[in-house]
Design a protein around this ligand. Structure first.
Ligand code: HEC
Length: 182
């Protein structure tokens, strides 16, 4: 009897040992508790795809003459637009506009008279030699025929000085006039 008790006791001791065996490991997972990385959103790789930043446009499309030098700055916008109706059957103003009976006038100020590629000017214009300024245009518009005899702009002129000033300001505003840097 005593013998079998001993065996039983030994068996119990063995099973206790086994139970203790697996208890070493529960700490490792706390290492995973790293501080979460700040989420860095990668910048879009091409600038072209970025939405255009809305930019405050200082002036509308020539609704007024604020950007022009005096006396054109103070000219009457409506009178200018109205007076240009006298020219518009023969002239366009926009960049890349067509030549009609007369040449496109975009960028005319600062350009040599007769300077539009592909437009057939009269001999009188081809032989003339000056750069368009607002003042020159004023002289031309008083009476194109007297200003440059032999030119082929069949237009009597703009008689009122105020209307000339206004239409010149309108053309400046519509054709990308830039104050010349001296
Ligand atoms: C009936 C058509 C017609 C009308 C109206 C007309 N033009 Fe012209 N314009 C011409 C023609 C044609 C020429 C080219 C003249 C030449 O080669 O002799 C010209 C030339 C010009 C030029 C010189 C351009 C250059 O490249 O050197 C200016 C500036 C101009 N016109 C302004 C005006 C303005 C401003 C008005 C209105 C107030 C006007 N024109 C009305 C037909 C016209």
């Amino acid at each position: 009897m005593t013998f079998s008790k001993t065996i039983l006791a030994a068996g119990t001791a063995l099973s206790l040992l086994t139970a203790c065996g697996g208890s070493e490991s529960t700490e490792t997972s706390s290492a995973q508790k790293t501080v979460e990385k700040p989420v860095v959103t990668p910048a879009p790789s091409s600038d072209a795809s970025a939405p255009a930043t809305p930019v405050a446009v200082p002036t509308g499309p020539a609704e007024e003459f604020a950007a022009l030098p005096e006396p054109y700055k103070s000219a009457d916008y409506k009178a200018g637009r109205r007076t240009f109706k006298l020219c518009q059957s023969c002239h366009t103003l926009g960049a890349g506009g067509q030549n009609l009976v007369g040449p496109n006038l975009y960028g005319v100020f600062g350009r040599e008279i007769g300077g539009v590629e592909g437009f057939e000017y009269s001999k009188a214009v081809e032989e003339a030699n000056f750069v368009w300024t607002p003042e020159k245009l004023d002289e031309w518009l008083v009476s194109p025929r007297n200003f440059l005899p032999g030119n082929k702009m069949s237009f009597a002129g703009v008689r009122k000085e105020k209307d000339r000033l206004a239409v010149i300001a309108y053309i400046m505003a519509e054709t990308g006039y830039e104050t010349p840097t001296q």
